[in-house]
Design a binder for this molecule. Structure first.
Ligand code: WE7
Length: 158
């Protein structure tokens, strides 16, 4: 929960096993390295209930490990409370965006800024594509997009 003025960001994708756990882990590592992780509440979640409790995809974990990042995240679904407690909800594609905007309407008092993570990309790749049926290179591409976007997002909120 965002308490006493903490900044907060929830990264969201379809199943919370491929893209959003990578984004969460990358952002946590950057905030840690910048010495500001204590100022942040950082989490990730799914629009779908399909994978609740699952570990991130093995290919995503391997990609993160290759870059020296670990995560112990387990998939969870976005809740109504998330729309009240998170300042930013950053998602990956247009389908995530419409699902989140639909869910925000049924939340009592949505305060969250719901945006594409890719809207922060200095290289202007707005969509972070689902690598579920993809290759290791697709996961690496997701990782690199998350690095560019999380860096820009952290700079803008520092
Ligand atoms: C995914 C997925 C992803 C697709 N993570 N799943 Cl089998 C299914 C059905 C509803 C929700 C979820 Cl989460 C899943 C499992 C988990 N990144 N991507 N499915 C996917 C991709 C392209 C076309 C259709 C689907 C279901």
């Amino acid at each position: 929960m965002a308490t006493n003025g903490a900044k907060s960001v929830l990264f969201v994708c379809l199943g919370n096993i491929c893209r959003s756990p990578i984004a969460e882990a990358v952002f946590r590592k950057m905030a840690t390295d910048a010495g500001v992780v204590d100022k942040w509440v950082i989490d990730s979640g799914a629009t779908s209930d399909w994978n609740i409790g699952s570990s991130p995809d093995a290919r995503g974990l391997a990609c993160l490990r290759k870059h020296g990042i670990e995560t112990s995240h387990r998939a969870r679904q976005v809740t109504r409370e998330d729309f009240m407690s998170f300042e930013y909800i950053l998602c990956m594609d247009e389908s995530n965006l419409s699902e989140l905007n639909r869910k925000a309407k049924s939340a009592t008092n949505s305060q969250a800024k719901i945006e594409l993570l890719g809207s922060y990309d200095p290289e202007n790749q707005r969509i972070i594509k689902d690598p579920y049926y993809g290759s290791d290179e697709d996961f690496e591409k997701v990782y690199q997009q998350c690095v560019r976007c999380c860096k820009a997002f952290l700079e803008r909120n520092s």
